[in-house]
Design a protein around this ligand. Structure first.
Ligand SMILES: Cc1ncc(COP(=O)(O)O)c(C=O)c1O
Length: 404
């Protein structure tokens, strides 16, 4: 096993909570256990902390605080947005073939029941064309458009800024799953014309189990659950105040980082590593070359002769070398099914299990950056060696060699 320090390069699956977030959550566990709906001092303190965090999340996205509805994460925010708009009626929704399963599976299930569903198809870079919306919009009433902001598997950004006005001028609510983009790049739903935005704290160094649906209050939503009147009646139940507090700190830290001038070190590392990996023989870049999620590198891996390798085998081998990466979306890990995102992009089915994804972020700059830099510089050579040594997909699946 590798003796060097491990390098965590799977920030799209989750990120390590920052030191500030960990301290704030621990302090809130101690002191802010009151129920924010209670009128006494313990309750009022918890309520104050909750509302302060709401303001911090709102500031990150440049929306008024009453747009922020706390949820348990991105998955729940997506369900609240979609069921919330469509309700029990079927309705007609437009979405895409490159959504995260938290949107894709939900819409598919609704389609089996009563919802008419139109899926936009991506180009070879996993990008959707905004004008792709025009035809289904001409065909009849549409109740909701739901488009992912940044695709987690291949990193491509979607043209929300062009889609917002198309939906807005027709009065159609636009929902976006912004779980991957929020906190990593400027994301302003009001400027984009996005009425509903799902976000998740653990994707940008906040705690797991907390997120939000950002909702333009002009939209009336059906809640998923019935209960108390918390979160404007849209998310009944006593809020997890310590997690909300950690979310607020993560939002403040992300905002501060986004306001800083110049390219952060981890983004420079990403650029350099991407160029090196993408130029290896047998490695094929995936996703858009420029309009990408910050910190994101994705590719298909193969032998130098071009025979596809199983992405999960490369992940396992790199884990042994001390690099934590993934073969695609964390929600698909362990699945033997080829990536539906890669298939939708037109990748040959024989290669659709060959995805490899690396996601860098600010946590890499917290310790000794010289060590991190050394380890990143060594990585392309390790990948190159593995690609020569692993058994290709179209040959028997035993691993011939995982260490060089
Ligand atoms: C694009 C996207 N949406 C939603 C989710 C789910 O978020 P959460 O884990 O907070 O439920 C994820 C997490 O992988 C994601 O990448």
């Amino acid at each position: 096993m590798a003796t060097e320090p491990r390098l965590y390069l799977d920030g799209c699956a989750t990120t390590p909570p920052s030191e500030g977030v960990r301290a704030a959550v621990a302090a809130a566990q101690e002191a802010l256990w009151g129920n924010p709906s209670s009128r006494h001092q313990e309750g009022r303190q918890a309520c104050l902390a909750l509302e302060r965090s709401r303001e911090h999340v709102a500031q990150l996205l440049d929306v008024p605080p009453d747009w922020v509805i706390f949820t348990s994460g991105g998955t729940e925010a997506n369900q609240l947005a979609i069921h919330g708009v469509l309700g029990t009626a079927g309705g007609h929704a437009i979405s895409s073939a490159v959504e995260h399963p938290a949107v894709g599976k939900l819409l598919h299930k609704r389609q089996q029941e009563a919802t008419e569903l139109t899926l936009l198809q991506p180009d070879g870079h996993g990008r959707l064309a905004s004008h792709g919306l025009l035809e289904p919009l001409r065909d009849g009433p549409v109740n909701l458009v739901s488009i992912i902001a940044a695709q987690s598997e291949i990193g491509s950004l979607q043209p929300l800024a062009a889609m917002g006005p198309i939906c807005g001028s027709r009065g159609i609510p636009l929902h976006s799953d912004g779980a991957q983009l929020c906190g990593k790049a400027p994301l302003y739903p009001r400027q984009l014309g996005v009425d509903l935005l799902s976000i998740s704290a653990h994707k940008f160094c906040g705690p797991k189990g907390i997120g939000a649906l950002i909702r333009n209050p002009r939209l009336t939503l059906e809640p998923l659950h019935l209960g108390g009147g918390q979160e404007s009646g849209l998310r009944p139940g006593t809020p997890a105040v310590p997690l909300v507090v950690g979310f607020g700190v993560a939002a403040q830290e992300a905002r501060r980082a986004l306001e800083q001038q110049g390219e952060p070190l981890w983004q420079r590392w990403t650029r350099q590593l991407r160029e090196q990996l993408w130029s290896l023989p047998g490695v094929e870049p995936t996703g858009h070359p420029e309009d990408r999620l910050p910190g994101h590198i994705s590719c298909l891996v193969g032998t130098p002769g071009g025979e596809p390798l199983q992405g999960s085998h490369v992940v396992r081998a790199l884990d042994g070398w001390g690099y934590a990466v993934s073969s695609g979306s964390a929600c698909r890990s362990g699945s033997a099914q080829p990536s539906t995102v890669l298939l939708a992009m037109g990748v040959n089915p024989a290669r659709a299990n060959s995805g490899l994804r690396l996601c860098l972020g600010p946590w890499l700059c917290e310790g000794d950056t010289a060590i991190v830099e050394d380890r990143l510089q060594a990585l392309p050579q390790v990948v190159r060696q593995l690609c020569c040594g692993l058994t290709p997909l179209n040959r028997p699946q035993s691993v011939r060699q995982t260490r060089g």
